[in-house]
Design a protein around this ligand. Sequence first.
Ligand SMILES: [Zn+2]
Length: 69
Amino acid sequence: MASKQEMREETERLIREAMERKSVTIKQGDTRIEAICGKCGAPNRVKAAMGQLRVPFTCKECGHKQKTL
Ligand SMILES: [Zn+2]
């Protein structure tokens, strides 16, 4: 029988793994592009349809409108 300590460690491990997976997982249907603003260099999360490469977005930091590369 697992101790409470072991169960807590297991839970933390699962959460950590889930978070790591989240950063690389591509959901079916749409993808998330990490786009760097060409003006101020801020990273922007841009949601794009599958296969769509040049997605228009507005920088959340400076409001500059552009397209992902
Ligand atoms: Zn910007």
